[in-house]
Design a protein around this ligand. Structure first.
Ligand SMILES: [Zn+2]
Length: 469
């Protein structure tokens, strides 16, 4: 029955989605102002949703032009649907123009079709259809629209400063059947207290070391520059042997007495570092075999003692596992060293609910002190978890199963989704297990079947939670 309801709206759904996709809603700080806090594009996309709502007789509420909501339903309890209308930049290599949507027999192609404009329109239509059915609402619904999901979540930060937090809800910004748990995500730096006290004449002096740019990626390149006073050929031979032994690619050359060493690894997302190859930590592992100057030795020893070949916090004394959320993971994403400044490691640590984050970190801080390092904690997002047996999650899953005949279970991930902005929310669609994931990539598309099926699922789910009760 829900499928047939949606069928009557198919053409309108596509028209409204096309309009939203045509807006280049990429964050643009160079044009940020009070009128459009993250640039004109995201604001225009937000206003576009307000216009749809006004046309359809739904109330809207704006929050400083950076977020807002569409309101529906009635009752004491509030159900939240958290969407976003900003997109990542188009990037190169598209077969069509990314902000001129192309509609073919079976799909719609444009930036944002999957992330998150398609799912936003699907959820919007689910609410609109129920509203037009004049159902007897038992809950209020807020479709909360953010405009800065792809960058800093300034939208939800601002929104929830003043606006009501829904008791339950979902974010249609990931995958079906549902993601009910997300690890805590933290970044911290290990920073060397450089004292510049090397007076001895080391055989080898480390000048610079660079690897990686992002905390949440395993670095696939590393480079070191070393001054070698003697035995240059031996060092190079050992390095080549090291590459062979570890099945790594790499290269070296000598320029004015400075040896340049390069290692290549395999970049993967930092939420699962064990399947990548950390070029930086491997190169440090090689440097550990050289008799380096004192500062560099301490720098290299941090890696050897705590980081190298340790993806689950084991060497840092932070190994931890839960049945529902899996393991602590640690990724060393950024490594830098300069002979006049000392070294720094940038680490991304993800942890399940129950892990004693602060205690573990302060214990670790004491351990690295001995090697002349201090710990600097950056951003920390605590774990997000909703019991998958919670009645509302079960209703979401039931709607998904009814519309797909797929009996997959809700699951937890190491990454973060927009759902964690809700006190009690899960990520719910709109990608299906069989969808091709082109989020943030060229030629992003959503199939019409996926778009309409997601709408049916949201429709059935909202009906069972907000109408049937
Ligand atoms: Zn998204």
């Amino acid at each position: 029955m829900w499928k047939e309801k949606v069928q009557a709206y198919e053409d309108q759904i596509i028209e409204d989605l096309k309009g939203l996709l045509s807006i280049e809603s990429v964050r643009d700080d160079s044009q940020a102002s009070k009128e459009h806090p993250v640039g004109p594009g995201p604001r225009q996309a937000l206003d576009y949703i307000y216009d749809l709502a006004k046309r359809d007789g739904l109330t809207t509420h704006d929050v400083d032009h950076i977020a807002g909501r569409v309101e529906a339903g009635a009752g004491d309890e509030l159900f939240g649907i958290l969407c976003h209308v900003d997109v990542v930049p188009a990037g190169d290599g598209w077969d069509s123009s990314p902000f001129e949507p192309v509609v073919t027999e079976d799909r719609i192609i444009a930036r944002g079709t999957l992330d998150d404009k398609g799912p936003t329109i699907a959820a919007y239509y689910a609410v609109k259809i129920l509203n037009e059915m004049n159902v007897d609402w038992k809950k209020r619904i807020h479709i909360i629209i953010g405009t800065d999901e792809e960058s800093d979540w300034k939208c939800t930060d601002r929104y929830f400063e003043t606006e009501e937090m829904p008791q339950i809800g979902f974010a249609p910004d990931a995958e079906f059947p549902a993601i009910h748990g997300e690890k805590g995500i933290s970044t911290f730096d290990l920073v060397q207290n450089y004292k510049g006290e090397d007076v001895d004449e080391p055989e080898y002096e480390l000048y610079t070391f660079y690897s990686g740019q992002r905390y949440n990626m395993v670095p696939d390149e590393a480079e070191a520059q070393i001054s070698v006073k003697e035995n240059m050929t031996d060092v190079i031979q050992n390095f080549e042997q090291f590459l062979t032994d570890n099945e790594l690619e790499g290269s070296n050359f000598v320029d004015s007495g400075i040896l340049h060493l390069k290692v290549e690894g395999k970049a993967v997302h930092g939420m699962d570092p064990s399947i990548g190859t950390n070029a930086g930590l491997y190169l440090l592992n090689f440097l550990a075999s050289l008799n380096l100057d004192k500062t560099a030795t301490n720098f290299v020893q941090i890696s050897e003692k705590f980081l190298f070949d340790s993806h689950f916090g084991e060497k840092m004394g932070m190994k931890f596992h839960t049945e529902t959320m899996g393991d602590v993971t640690t990724n060393t994403g950024v490594i830098t060293y300069h002979k006049d400044e000392g070294g720094k490691f940038g680490i991304n640590l993800r942890y399940p609910e129950g892990f004693e984050f602060e205690k573990s970190l302060s214990r670790f801080e004491n351990e690295i002190k001995a090697l002349g390092f201090k710990l600097k904690v950056g951003k920390v997002q605590p774990p997000h978890y909703v019991d998958k047996d919670d009645p509302f999650v079960q209703k979401l899953i039931k709607a998904y199963r009814n519309q797909t005949n797929d009996n997959s279970e809700p699951y937890t991930i190491g990454g973060g989704t927009y759902a964690r902005n809700l006190d009690k929310g899960v990520a719910f669609g709109a990608m299906f297990p069989e969808s091709e994931d082109l989020m943030h990539q060229k030629n992003e598309y959503i199939t019409k079947d996926q778009l309409f099926r997601a709408t049916s699922i949201y429709l059935e789910a909202l009906y069972s939670i907000c109408v049937e009760e």
